[in-house]
Design a protein around this ligand. Structure first.
Ligand SMILES: C[S@@+](CC[C@H](N)C(=O)[O-])C[C@H]1O[C@@H](n2cnc3c(N)ncnc32)[C@H](O)[C@@H]1O
Length: 532
């Protein structure tokens, strides 16, 4: 229905109302009265009567003090009868049933959207166990709320106030469970991953794949949710790190507590094996060459026998415990390399203390809730050539390098060097790092991503969904392609196009702001492709 423009001095209609608002002479209450008198009210009142008896097919019925506040009739979108009712209800009651309470710190549209999908797809019991965006279902607190509550991740004393405030304001999004154990650039937001797993309709018993798992965020979330997972990364260090973070959900804590009491001995054990980190220098690790405890091979025997444990605490011969110490050591050595504020030993002690805190916190929540952890496999491999069967997974979530924004090998060179890995050889496998000139790199990136997408299509069962989280470094690409940044085609669009010939079709795209520390990008996209 088209409305005629209001005549001069006419009392009803938006024109005079807006005007009086601009003049600042009339109160909100007056505007409310005017709004309720708006437009073809006879028609609206008739509808209102009907709606108080029963909810109309296309109508939205909300009651407060016996009055309906919003009416959708056949022609006009919404008629506002009582704006104070609308405002006091807020969006929540329109989107969610009243017994669902959202988690604090939910502040992005994509989060509200994923929460909405959870409320539609999951039962109340499923929200309590696996929901990402609800704090409470009726009187029952959700597991996500319990896992994230309490003191957030403990940061080193010298951490900047910016970093501290990041973790405080993101308590329900990141840093919970074992996600905070090792800082990995370009890591997923764990809460978002949980929300996506739900939105994709994955249930306990299904299998989800991340062909570029990085630090293993997807695997940890899936494991906690009872969903089987497989993660693959070209970097052996990623495989090791992801495995330790998975194991930390169940690692025996007594040896870790003992190690903390005698952390000097543990520290010296690693220094003797691998040398001291180069304090405060950017120099890369040079002290060791060779295959460090066969960490690259998950099935290898550990050479550390109880008899040659030295001063390490009892229990260190358990691979999960030993690797927990080793990751803490590598983490601390990385810090020491970047900063000399603390001695390498003090740094190690502080990080081991934080690791223990993280493991104790998540294990105590898991002990208090009936929750079976699912099987997860962290593997080393190439996303372009996956040795998995056709149609063998129920969902895929991954985040590729955003063309070549982050040099993962440069970032991890200390740890890779420590593990005796030939970085130059590995570079040939790494998507986004292959090629000499930037132009060459971009061409190879597109070829490589085409192969990854075709592998995803091959592995995904028909009807299932592949989610790709990706952003575009417009400035970088605009220089390579010699176009203005506005003309650069997003990597998200490129991936959607690559998916089509392989039967992967776009069903939804969400955008989210990147709020991490130092970003070259502000927005990234969640692209949802369905296998036809
Ligand atoms: C954006 S990161 C993924 C981060 C991950 N989502 C997380 O939560 O930690 C991209 C990853 O792709 C990996 N990668 C690069 N080339 C690869 C390849 N050919 N096969 C498998 N993984 C590869 C990198 O090692 C890096 O860990």
């Amino acid at each position: 229905m088209t409305r005629r423009p209001p005549k001069k001095n006419e009392k009803s209609g938006r024109g005079p109302c807006l005007q009086s608002n601009l003049e600042g002479t009339r109160t909100m209450a007056i505007q409310i009265t005017e709004l309720t008198e708006l437009r073809p009210m006879r028609h609206a009142r008739a509808n209102l009567k009907k709606m108080t008896k029963k909810t109309r097919k296309n109508g939205v019925k909300r009651k407060s003090n016996g009055h309906d506040s919003i009416i959708r009739d056949g022609q006009t979108p919404y008629q506002v009868r009582n704006i104070s009712n609308v405002l006091s209800y807020g969006v929540n009651i329109t989107l969610f049933p009243p017994h669902l309470e959202l988690v604090p710190q939910l502040n992005e549209v994509y989060e509200l959207e994923l929460a909405f999908y959870e409320s539609k797809i999951l039962s109340d019991e499923e929200i309590i166990r696996n929901g990402a965006y609800f704090a409470r279902v009726g009187n029952t607190l959700t597991r996500h709320f319990l896992i994230c509550s309490g003191e957030p991740v403990r940061l080193p004393q010298h951490s900047s106030s910016r970093l501290r405030s990041f973790f405080q304001t993101n308590q329900f999004k990141t840093g919970y469970a074992t996600h905070g154990l090792f800082p990995y650039r370009g890591k997923f937001h764990p809460q978002m991953i949980k929300g996506l797993i739900n939105a994709m309709g994955l249930k306990p018993g299904d299998t989800v794949l991340d062909p570029m798992m990085g630090s293993g965020t997807l695997l940890i979330e899936a494991r906690l949710m009872g969903i089987k997972s497989i993660g693959i990364d070209a970097s052996p260090f990623c495989r090791f790190m992801a495995q330790v973070k998975l194991d930390a959900l169940t690692v025996p804590l007594t040896p870790v507590r003992e190690a903390l009491k005698n952390s000097r001995a543990v520290y010296e054990h690693f220094v003797k094996l691998a040398g001291q980190p180069n304090r405060g220098s950017k120099k890369r690790f040079e002290g060791y060459s060779g295959d460090f405890f066969s960490i690259r091979d998950s099935s290898a025997e550990y050479p550390l026998k109880p008899s040659n444990r030295g001063n390490l605490p009892a229990g260190s011969e358990i691979p999960e415990v030993y690797n927990f110490f080793l990751l803490a050591y590598l983490d601390s050595a990385g810090y020491s390399e970047r900063s000399d504020r603390k001695s390498p030993y003090d740094q190690f002690h502080a990080i081991l203390e934080r690791y223990l805190f993280v493991a104790e916190k998540i294990q105590s929540v898991l002990a208090g809730t009936e929750s079976e952890l699912a099987e997860s496999k962290a593997l080393e491999g190439d996303a372009r050539r996956l040795s998995l069967r056709d149609s063998s997974v129920d969902g895929i979530i991954f985040s590729p390098p955003y063309s070549f924004a982050i040099d993962y090998l440069e970032n991890d060179s200390f740890h890779l060097g420590f593990l005796g890995i030939d970085i130059d050889k590995l570079r040939e496998e790494m998507i986004g790092l292959r090629g000499r000139t930037l132009r060459q790199k971009f061409e190879l990136y597109k070829t490589d991503m085409e192969r990854v997408i075709s592998e995803c299509a091959r592995l995904l069962r028909p009807g299932r969904i592949c989610c790709i989280v990706v952003g575009t470094n417009n400035n970088q690409l605009s220089k390579i392609l010699e176009v203005s940044p506005d003309e650069v085609k997003g990597i998200d669009e490129l991936l959607v196009e690559l998916g089509k010939p392989h039967g992967l079709h776009l069903i939804r795209k969400l955008s989210r702001q990147i709020t991490g520390m130092a970003n070259t990008m502000r927005t990234e996209f969640i692209v949802m492709l369905q296998r036809r």
